[in-house]
Ligand binder design. Sequence first.
Ligand SMILES: C[S@@+](CC[C@H](N)C(=O)[O-])C[C@H]1O[C@@H](n2cnc3c(N)ncnc32)[C@H](O)[C@@H]1O
Length: 272
Amino acid sequence: MAEDVAADQSGPAFDPTVSHSARIWNYWLGGKDNFAVDREAGDRVAAMLPSIVPQARADRAFLGRAIRYLANAEGIRQFLDIGTGLPTANNTHEVAQRVAPDSRIVYVDNDPLVLVHARALLTSTLEGACDYVDGDLRDPDKILAEAARTLDFTKPVGLMLLGILHHIPDADEAYAVVRRLVAALAPGSYVAINHSTSAVSGQAMEDAVRHWNKVGTPSMTLRTPEQISRFFDGLDLLPPGVVSCSRWRPDRSGSSGEPDEVDEFCGVARKP
Ligand SMILES: C[S@@+](CC[C@H](N)C(=O)[O-])C[C@H]1O[C@@H](n2cnc3c(N)ncnc32)[C@H](O)[C@@H]1O
C-alpha cells in the first residue's frame, strides 16, 4: 500500500513560495510560523481530509504523553528529538524538564526555518541542557557525533522520531537509519516513533498525501501499521504496541470510551 503515494526525495530549501512540512504542521497546530503558501496547502489538504488537524494535534499530544512516561516512569533524563519541527507549546525539553529539571535534550531538524527559530528551543533550565543540531536523519553518524556534545551515550537516551520517518521514501533506508541510531544507544534506552498511515481513512488519506507530494516538501510515504511495527524489530515494544497515537495510553480524565483513531500510528520500545 501507498509506497506509490511517495514523490521524489527533495531536501528542504528556505523558499517561501514552496510549502513545507514543518510550516504546514505548525499551521495545523495553530502556530504562526508559516507562510501563505503553507496555509493554502494546509487548507487544501484539510479540505480533502478534515481529520488531518485533529491528527496533527493527536501526534503532538502523544509526544507529551510519551516523554512524561519516559521521564516519570523510566527515569529517562536524556532525549534525542529528530524531526523537531517549529517550536510550539510543550516542546520536548519543556515537558521533560517539568518532570526533571536536569534533563538534557538535543533537537535535530534539517529545515532552515526551524534552524532560524531554534533559539526558542534552547531555553533550558540551569540544571539541564538543550542543544540544536542542523542535521539530516539520513546522516545518522553526523547526528550522533554532534549530539554527543550534550548527551552521554553510555547512559539511556529517549530517541524521539515523531512525524519524520514517513519523509524517507525508501523503506530499506528508513529501517537502516533507525537500526544505526538504535545501535548507538545504551541498553535501557527507549525509541518512540510516530508515522503516518492510511489504515484509518484509506483512500482519503492517500489522496491527501498524493496532493501533498505535488505541492509540498519533503515528500511523504505512507506505511501500514505492520510496516511501522518493523521499526521496532529487536526492541521490547511496550503495551499497547503499535496503535493510533490517539490511543497510546490516552489521558482518560474527563472522557469516556476510546478516542477516535487517527492516521498516525505510534509505538514506544525499550532497547534490551
Ligand atoms: C511533521 S513535522 C513533525 C514535528 C514534530 N516532531 C512533531 O511530531 O510534532 C516533521 C519534521 O521533520 C523534519 N524533517 C523531515 N525530513 C527530515 C530529515 N531528513 N532530516 C531531518 N529533519 C527532517 C521537518 O523539517 C519537520 O520539521
